[in-house]
Write a protein that binds this ligand. Structure first.
Ligand code: PMP
Ligand code: GLN
Length: 393
C-alpha cells in the first residue's frame, strides 16, 4: 500500500464520527445480541410491492425517470395527502420524490438557507439534522424539548427565534421519544411564526405510526404552517422497506422550485422501478391505514413485557420506538451513562438499544434508552427473556 502524502485534510464535519445506529448494529452483530437498536423491521412486508417493482423492471422501466419523480407516483402521493390531511399539492410543481428522507432533509436545508443563517432544532433530534445544518454553513440553534415529557416548550422556541432565524426543523411523530404533536401545539407554533419569515422543515416520516386512535397532526392540515413548510416522508417506514431509500417532499411551488434546484445536482432523480411499483401500490390505502393497529400490537407486547422490569416506561404515542428510564442500581450496578449502558446491555445481556444522549449534540446526562419494536413478536420475546434472565441471575 502506498503511503498518502501528508495533505492536511479539511473537514466539514470535524466533530462527527460514525452514526450511533451503525455502531450499535455492528456491536449487536458481533455479540449476537437481539438488535432492538437501529430502527428497521426484521420481517418481510407485503410481497405485492416487490412484485410490482419486479414487474416494472421486466416491463422495461429502467431508464431515468423525470427529475422530480415518476408523475404517477407524485399524483398518488398528492391524492393520499389530500385524502388524509385535506390539501392537494400540485403533483407537477409541489411534490418531489427523493432518495429517502435523509437526502430530502439535507437537500431541503441547503435549499431553504444561506450560509450564516440560524436554523432552530428541537433537541433531542434525529442525528442527521445538525450535520445537515452545518454542511449548509448555518448555525444550529438548539432548543431543548421538555426534559421529562419531551414535548415542545413554546416559550423557549419563541425566545430562540430572531431576525437571523431562517428555518425551524420539527419532527412528529418524534424520534426518539415517541411523542406526537397535538393540534393545539401546531396552532401555537403557527402563532409564534405568523409575523416572522421563518420557514419550517417538518419531518413526518412516521406519519402512519400514530396510536390509540389519534390523528397525525401534519403541518399540511394547518394553512399558516403549510404555506411556509417543506414536509418530508419516507416509504421506507410506511411499507417496511427501509433499505429501498425512497421518500418524498411536499411544499408550495416557490419553496419546491428551490428544493429541486439542489435536488437535481444532488441525486438528480430516484430509481425508476421502485417508483413505478410504489405508484401502483399507493392506490390501495389499506396497507398504510392498517399500520397503527399493526404496530400497536407490537408496542403493547413490548410494553407489557418491560413493565415487569425495573424500567420507567415513557409514553409511546407514535413511531416504532419505546423509550425507558432505568436506574443503575436496579441493574446490578450497570454503567450510569446511557451510551455505556447500551454497550453493557449488548455485551452482558445480549440486547441492543440506542442511548437517548445520541440524539443530542451537547454532552447530556441521560438515563434513557430507546428500543425499536418494529420486530417479530418472537424477537421481542427473546429480548425480554434475556433481560428477565439477567435480572433473575
Ligand atoms: N427522519 C427520522 C426522524 C428518522 O427516524 C429517519 C429514519 N431513518 C429518517 C428521517 C430517515 O429516513 P430514510 O431512511 O428514509 O432516509
Ligand atoms: N432512523 C433509524 C433510527 O432512528 C435509523 C436510520 C439510520 O440507520 N441512519 O434508528
Amino acid at each position: 500500500m502506498q503511503n498518502a502524502p501528508h495533505i492536511p485534510l479539511p473537514s466539514r464535519l470535524p466533530d462527527v464520527g460514525t452514526t450511533i445506529f451503525t455502531v450499535m448494529s455492528s456491536l449487536a452483530q458481533e455479540c449476537q445480541a437481539v438488535n432492538l437498536g437501529q430502527g428497521f423491521p426484521d420481517f418481510v412486508g407485503d410481497p405485492t410491492l416487490p412484485e410490482l417493482v419486479h414487474q416494472a423492471m421486466l416491463n422495461g422501466h429502467n431508464q431515468y425517470p423525470p427529475m422530480a419523480g415518476v408523475l404517477g407516483l407524485r399524483e398518488a402521493i398528492s391524492l393520499k395527502t389530500q385524502q388524509l390531511y385535506g390539501h392537494a399539492y400540485d403533483p407537477v410543481h409541489e411534490v418531489t420524490v427523493t432518495a429517502g428522507a435523509t437526502q430530502a432533509l439535507l437537500t431541503a436545508v441547503l435549499a431553504l438557507t444561506e450560509p450564516g443563517d440560524d436554523v432552530v432544532v428541537l433537541e433531542p433530534c434525529y442525528d442527521s439534522y445538525i450535520p445537515a445544518i452545518q454542511m449548509a454553513g448555518c448555525r444550529p440553534i438548539r432548543v431543548p424539548l421538555d426534559a421529562q415529557t419531551f414535548r415542545p416548550d413554546f416559550d423557549k422556541i419563541r425566545q430562540a427565534i430572531t431576525l437571523r432565524t431562517r428555518l425551524l426543523i420539527i419532527n412528529t411523530p418524534h424520534n426518539p421519544s415517541g411523542t406526537c404533536w397535538t393540534a393545539e401545539e401546531m396552532n401555537e407554533l403557527a402563532n409564534i411564526l405568523s409575523d416572522t419569515s421563518v420557514m419550517v422543515l417538518s419531518d413526518e416520516v412516521y406519519e402512519h405510526m400514530v396510536y390509540d386512535k389519534h390523528a397525525h397532526q401534519s403541518v399540511v392540515r394547518h394553512p399558516e404552517l403549510r404555506s411556509r413548510s417543506l414536509v418530508v416522508s419516507s416509504f421506507g417506514k410506511t411499507f417496511h422497506v427501509t433499505g429501498w431509500k425512497v421518500g418524498y417532499v411536499l411544499g408550495p411551488q416557490a419553496l419546491m422550485s428551490e428544493f429541486r434546484k439542489i435536488h437535481q445536482f444532488n441525486v438528480f432523480t430516484v430509481n425508476t422501478p421502485m417508483q413505478m411499483g410504489l405508484s401502483t401500490y399507493l392506490g390501495n390505502p389499506k396497507p398504510y391505514l392498517e399500520l397503527p393497529l399493526f404496530y400497536e400490537e407490537k408496542r403493547n407486547h413490548l410494553r407489557q413485557g418491560l413493565q415487569s422490569m425495573p424500567f420507567e416506561l415513557l409514553p409511546c404515542e407514535g413511531t416504532y420506538f419505546q423509550c425507558v428510564r432505568y436506574k443503575t442500581q436496579d441493574w446490578h450496578q450497570a454503567p450510569e451513562h446511557d451510551a455505556d449502558f447500551c454497550i453493557w446491555l449488548t455485551r452482558k445481556v445480549g440486547v441492543t438499544a440506542i442511548p437517548m444522549s445520541a440524539f443530542y449534540t451537547s454532552p447530556t446526562r441521560s438515563q434513557v434508552i430507546r428500543f425499536c419494536f418494529a420486530k417479530q413478536l418472537k424477537t421481542l420475546d427473546e429480548a425480554l427473556h434475556r433481560m428477565r434472565q439477567y435480572l433473575a441471575s
